[in-house]
Structure formats: structure tokens, C-alpha cells
Design a protein around this ligand. Structure first.
Ligand code: PLP
Length: 359
């Protein structure tokens, strides 16, 4: 298999793909594929509820939170959050940390007043603002942050205390990369296609008191209450994506859960950052120390020419997805949960060799 460093959709565990292949045409002696079954039938509902229970178990989600499966990707959550949580007279507060935070803010502006509680734009989004920089307006309906900026390669090491203001987090590119204290959050959302499964489903974890009753003009499908009341079965859910997510969650459990996964993730990220830092300036990390992501490692070379050559040569040697996002350039290795340690070691070898030949 290729060394897959894609930013998303991203690598899935080989065991999961093989299991899905084995079950695809006929699901557990049922005479049909799970993809051909009613979402109201006992077999599909079993998978649906197992996925929810596993998420609860792996992330320690308390009983006063609902776990929802919604379509439309994290981009739809950029709108659903303010549509459901931003009450008249309140302000939607955001931490501006990079490309994805900016998109979330732009969308919130469609629905009411927004405020920037802190920003690292002046530093070209190479860092996460410190807790001391955060100025949360007292009339905030919520404070939104982007747990991991997939494009810039920064990640919150610790989440801020927000007092009575609910903390909302976009965890699309780092959910389940480490244990979480869910009680710190009012709402968490994450598109599945990095750490949880294929694209097509978005996980929302919401504290029950925030589900509320949004304005009557909010469409039925865009209300958290609709999905919460109906166990995410109000309409036809994305059964394939939820089934695959369930397999991935079982895989995470078999690895030892979130703490065990974090240990491997730190080892993988540590190897790459060590290769960058130990290269005498041949490779330069983009994110500042203390804000470095353990999911997306962004780095640069001395010239764009050399970066192009790195991308081309790495591709020829079986490495996929190392070119940085088109908006920022440079190089990026996305090392989500399912990327094997062996792939990272192979990349480090390639980096060292490339440096020897071009340094
Ligand atoms: N938020 C973050 C942090 C992301 O990385 C992405 C996608 O890459 C998105 C939001 C958008 O997700 P989607 O494509 O599911 O709408």
C-alpha cells in the first residue's frame, strides 16, 4: 500500500478496509449488504447505536450530552452552530487561528453579531493564542475554537477555561487523537473523514441544555433538536459512513483507546519534528513550538523549487499527499490515527536522504 499522508479524506486502518470488504456483499449471513437494508431495521440500528456507544466509551461522554450523526460535513456545522446557539442580543465569539476558523467566522456573520476573542493572524497563523490573550465578551452565546488547523498545522495543546460561556470546538482534524474532558465543552463537531471514517457523516456532541429551541425559521434538518429527538434517525442517515465509523471505533478500542492512540500519535509526530529540527535549517517547521500539531506536520524547504522537487520525488517513491495546501504552499504530512508508525519512519528516511542529496 502507498504511504498515505493525505489531509482528508485520509488513510483508514487496513484491518478496517479488509473487514468492510469481507462484509460488503453479504452482511453477517443476512442475504444482503448492509447498504441495502432499511435504516429502520434491527441490523442497521444495531450498528448505529454501537457507533454511538463506542464514541461515548472512547471519549468518556457524560450522559447529559447527546451524540448526533449529521450530514453536510463540518462546513454545515459552521452554519448550524450560530443558527441554533446564537440568541438575539448575544454575540458569537471566535478564536481566529487559521483557514478553517476563518471559514467558521465568515459563516457565523450571516446569522448575527460576531466577535474575535483572540487572533494569531498577525503571526500568519503559525501559533495558537495563549489563554492570557483571550478576551471573551461577556454577552457571548459561545466561544468557538478550531482544535486543529489542518492547513497551517497548529493545534490547541490545552483548551481554555471559558466560565459560563459554552466552548464550541471544531475537532474535524483531531477528534479521538487523544483523550478529552468532554465536560469542558458545550458542543464539539467533527467531519468523519480524517480520524473516524470515510466522508459523509459529521459527529456532533452537544450538551443537552444547548439543544434548545432555535428561531422558527431554522429549517427542520438544521436544528440539533430534530436529530437529538430522533436518535439521528429523523431521515435516512448516511448508513455506509456510520457503518465504517463504527468499524474504525472498534479498531481504536482494540488499539487500547484514546490514551494509547495519543501515545503512538506523539511518537509519530515526534519523529517528524525531530527530523525537521535536526536538519540544520534544511527543513523549517511552520508552526511555532507549543502550537505544533500532532496530526498535520507542516514544513518548508529553502525554495519553492526544492519543495516541488521534494513533492515529485516523494511521490515517485510511493508517498502520497505531502504537498501543502494550495493556499499556503510548502509541505504537509498528515499523520492521523490510521497512519502506521512504519509510514512515518519511511518518510523520515526519505527526508534524511533527500537532505543528503540536496543539502
Ligand atoms: N474544519 C476543519 C478543521 C477541517 O479540516 C475541515 C476539512 O478539511 C473542515 C472543517 C471542513 O470539513 P467538511 O469538508 O466536512 O465540510
Amino acid at each position: 500500500r502507498a504511504y498515505n499522508f493525505n489531509a482528508g479524506p485520509a488513510a483508514l486502518p487496513l484491518e478496517v478496509l479488509e473487514q468492510a470488504q469481507e462484509q460488503f456483499v453479504e452482511y453477517k449471513g443476512s442475504g444482503m449488504s448492509l447498504m441495502e437494508m432499511s435504516h429502520r431495521g434491527a441490523i442497521y440500528e444495531g450498528v448505529h447505536h454501537e457507533a454511538e456507544q463506542l464514541l461515548r466509551e472512547l471519549l468518556g461522554i457524560p450522559n447529559n450530552y447527546k451524540v448526533l450523526f449529521i450530514q453536510g460535513g463540518a462546513s454545515t456545522q459552521f452554519a448550524m452552530v450560530p443558527m441554533n446557539l446564537l440568541q438575539p442580543g448575544k454575540v458569537a465569539s471566535y478564536v481566529s487561528t487559521g483557514s478553517w476558523a476563518t471559514k467558521a467566522i465568515q459563516e457565523a456573520k450571516l446569522f448575527g453579531e460576531t466577535a474575535i476573542a483572540a487572533s494569531s493572524e498577525a503571526d500568519k497563523f503559525t501559533r495558537i493564542p495563549s489563554a492570557a490573550e483571550l478576551k471573551i465578551a461577556p454577552e457571548s452565546a459561545y466561544l468557538h475554537l478550531t482544535s486543529n488547523e489542518t492547513i497551517e498545522g497548529t493545534q490547541w495543546a490545552e483548551y481554555p477555561e471559558t466560565g459560563s460561556v459554552p466552548l464550541v470546538a471544531d475537532m474535524s482534524s483531531d477528534i479521538l487523537c487523544r483523550p478529552l474532558n468532554i465536560s469542558q465543552f458545550g458542543l464539539i463537531y467533527a467531519g468523519a473523514q480524517k480520524n473516524l471514517g470515510p466522508s459523509g457523516v459529521t459527529i456532533v456532541i452537544i450538551r443537552e441544555d444547548l439543544i434548545g429551541t432555535p428561531s422558527l425559521t431554522v429549517p427542520t434538518m438544521l436544528r440539533y433538536s430534530t436529530h437529538a429527538k430522533n436518535d439521528s434517525l429523523y431521515n435516512t442517515p448516511p448508513t455506509f459512513a456510520i457503518y465504517m465509523t463504527n468499524l474504525v471505533l472498534n479498531w481504536v478500542k482494540a488499539q487500547g483507546g484514546a490514551a494509547a492512540i495519543e501515545k503512538i500519535n506523539k511518537e509519530k509526530a515526534g519523529l517528524l519534528y525531530a527530523a525537521i529540527d535536526g536538519s540544520d535549517g534544511f527543513y523549517r517547521g511552520v508552526a511555532q513550538e507549543g502550537s505544533r500539531s500532532i496530526m498535520n506536520v507542516t514544513f518548508r524547504l529553502g525554495s519553492e523549487e526544492l519543495e516541488k522537487q521534494f513533492a515529485k520525488e516523494s511521490e515517485a517513491q510511493g508517498f502520497v499527499g505531502l504537498k501543502g495546501h494550495r493556499s499556503v504552499g510548502g509541505l504537509r504530512a498528515s499523520i492521523y490515527n490510521a497512519v502506521p508508525l512504519a509510514s512515518v519512519k519511511a518518510l523520515v528516511d526519505f527526508m534524511n536522504d533527500f537532505k543528503r542529496r540536496n543539502g
